[in-house]
Design a protein around this ligand. Structure first.
Ligand SMILES: [Zn+2]
Length: 115
């Protein structure tokens, strides 16, 4: 038993993934409010740690490129600001919580402004 304990010391711990409830409430607080940055095109939320932020066109373009590499082709136009504003992005991890070798994922979600 003691030996096992010792072996565990120094082991890298995975950053904790937030719960679905926490994530949903972060999304709710992040996507409905008006964008503050004049050059922001959309909002991106990290599913793992909950970090979010407004993202400019160049960043969105990178997210869409990643999606295409993953075989997804979002039907949105980067040039259409109004349309982009109706969507937000979810990434599997971000610069803060990403772990080496972790699979990347990006999703685009519709913002339901009716709610
Ligand atoms: Zn993160």
């Amino acid at each position: 038993m003691e030996k096992k304990k010792t072996e565990l010391i120094g082991e890298t711990r995975e950053p904790q993934t937030i719960s679905q409830e926490e994530f949903d409430s972060i999304v709710k607080g992040a996507v409905y409010k008006p964008l503050e940055n004049s050059n922001a095109l959309s909002v991106c939320v990290c599913r793992k740690c909950g970090t979010y932020g407004e993202v400019p066109k160049e960043y969105v373009s990178g997210l869409i490129r990643t999606m295409m590499l993953l075989g997804q082709y979002p039907k949105v136009s980067l040039e259409n600001k109004e349309e982009m504003r109706m969507n937000y992005f979810v990434t599997g991890s971000c610069e803060i919580c990403h772990q080496k070798g972790e699979p990347v994922y990006v999703k685009i979600e519709k913002i339901d402004f009716e709610v």
